[in-house]
Ligand binder design. Structure first.
Ligand code: ZN
Length: 54
């Protein structure tokens, strides 16, 4: 489990998740990036969608 940095809800992190993996908080819908594993640490993901066209 990780903690959502936006709403502090628990976010399920797969046991085999790797850092850099993107998750979505089911509570607030925020896109989160797994920045560290064991223990899991989550950060708000940058809004990558805006960069896709470049
Ligand atoms: Zn959240």
């Amino acid at each position: 489990m990780g903690e959502c940095p936006v709403c502090a809800a628990e976010v399920e992190v797969a046991k085999d998740a790797i850092s850099g993996e993107l998750l979505v908080c089911e509570d607030c819908g925020a896109e989160l990036e797994l920045i560290k594993t064991d223990p899991a640490e989550l950060a708000e993901a940058p809004s990558a969608e805006e960069d896709w066209g470049q």
